[in-house]
Design a protein around this ligand. Sequence first.
Ligand SMILES: [Zn+2]
Length: 267
Amino acid sequence: MKKGGSILLQIILILFLTVISQIGGIIYILYCLVLSLLKKKIPYYGHLLLFSCFYLICCLVIVPPIAKYGGRVALPYGSDAMIKPHQIGTVLLNRHYVRPALYQLLEEVSEDMEAKYPDMKISYLDACFPFINQFPLLPHLSHDDGKKIDLAFQYERDGEKTNKNPGWLGYGVYIEPTDKSPSLNRCLSENPIYDGGKYFHFRKYPAYTLDTKRTAAIIRTILSKPSCQKIFIEPHLKTRLGLQHSKIRFHGCHSVRHDDHIHVQIY
Ligand SMILES: [Zn+2]
């Protein structure tokens, strides 16, 4: 490949890594700098392996203490942790950072839930990146300051309680309304990508049903914490879960459907 084409490809790779993981682009630049200093010739597959190791060490070992110094903490991801990521990709792409106040809220909520339902685990989806306010975590434009996180609902699978969630992504498997939902219909007609998450799924998940009791319990517990500023869920779910609280707001049609996750944000 010509040198110009190679540079363009590298720029595209750096931009892509930056968009999906914030620091992936910088890690790639550092990796190239280290290699140029070492002046070693490495085969293509060697680069893949070396960069993967370099990236993992940076993300899992070096970044968390630096982010903490800057005011954001990484959420746990071990299997015995208080809350767990729906999928490990959230952690590998640095999308699991929050402010200490939100960390504390999640810790308190998970402790309260564990006391009530010992077999239950709360799953988190996208939170925020480790650094810089106003750096959005796409596609969630508002997840840009460490104060927001999306949590998964609780489900039953084939009639049994489960800590798993339908869908590999955690988003896009919607709980359809059981009754008329004017706001949902209005948003679907006004915003063509309002339910865009469904395109990331290639099959249905009929075995999963919403565990209304446990999902409502999580939301009520979050709402009871003074640091909670607001929660977004689809209005038809608010009715179905029997929730009445001034902090449960409608996210607006410019956003995306919120009957596949709970959006939580703090002051
Ligand atoms: Zn959100």
